[in-house]
Structures are given as C-alpha cells and as structure tokens.
Unconditional design. Sequence first.
Length: 175
Amino acid sequence: MAEPPPAAPAEAPSATDNAEVQELQGQLAELQARNAELSEQFLRAQADVQNTRRRADEEMSKARKFAIEGFAESLLPVADSLEAGLAIKDATPEQIREGAEATLRQLKSALERNKVIEISPPVGTRFDPHQHQAISAVPVDGGQEPNTIVSVLQKGYLIAERVLRPALVTVAASK
C-alpha cells in the first residue's frame, strides 16, 4: 500500500485571512445581537397577545354576567307599581283596573325599550310560519282567503328581530 504524501507544513495566516475572520466575527456578533433583539420582540408580542386574550375573556364574562342588568332595571318600576297597587287595601274595582292598565303600559314600554316587540297580526293577515304558530284551521264564510289569520289566541314576541315566542293563531282552512 502506498502511504499518503507527508502533510505540507501549516502556513501562518495572512493579514487578509485575519481581516476576513474579524469581519465574519463582526457579522456573527451583529447577527447574534439582531437575533436577541428579535427574540425579545417576539416574547413581548406573545405576552401582549396573551394579555389581550385574557382581557377579552374577562370582558366577555362580565358582558354575559351583566347582560340582563338593563332589562331588569327597566322592570323595577313595574314591580314598584304592582306593589303600590297591592298596598291599597280598600281600592275600588275601577281603581284596580286603572292601576293594572297603567302598570301594563309601563311593562309594554319597558319591553319595547329592550327590543322585545309584540307580534299580534291583524285578522286577514297572511300566515307566516316564521312568526306564527297555527293552532287550528277553521272553515270561514265570507270570502276570507285560505292560510290567512282568523284570530289571535296568544300574542307572540320578537327580541331584537328574533322570534322569542310565535303568536298562536287560528287560520282559514283551504276550501
């Protein structure tokens, strides 16, 4: 077997080699500093995202917890009126009726302020399955069209344009 040739003696680094090494070490130090800066920015951004998420979760929790607060507050005068009416021991039937009507107006006003809207379709209105629930169909005389409302048995309600309870109605039967 042939032996490898003897290694050449190591040359001393030249001045240009030293300059290149120093330049590369400078670039390395610069890149390490930039990496440390970007890592710190990333950690800060990640902490900001976590804090924002935590605050949003807390706000959602509070919103759910106190969402009904405004509605409840608008019903308090209605409760006060009912209690005041019951406190009168020797009220006449007329006074009781007037008090009940005034309290009902207060209640309707409180519901409307909170976007709870009454569904009470007039007779002859076309049946809408999205807002009405037909309890029965009855034959009618007098030319009323089929699938129109004959009577409202119970009012329905919308809350913010969403059906809370459909109106219970009787509709005209097909001939």
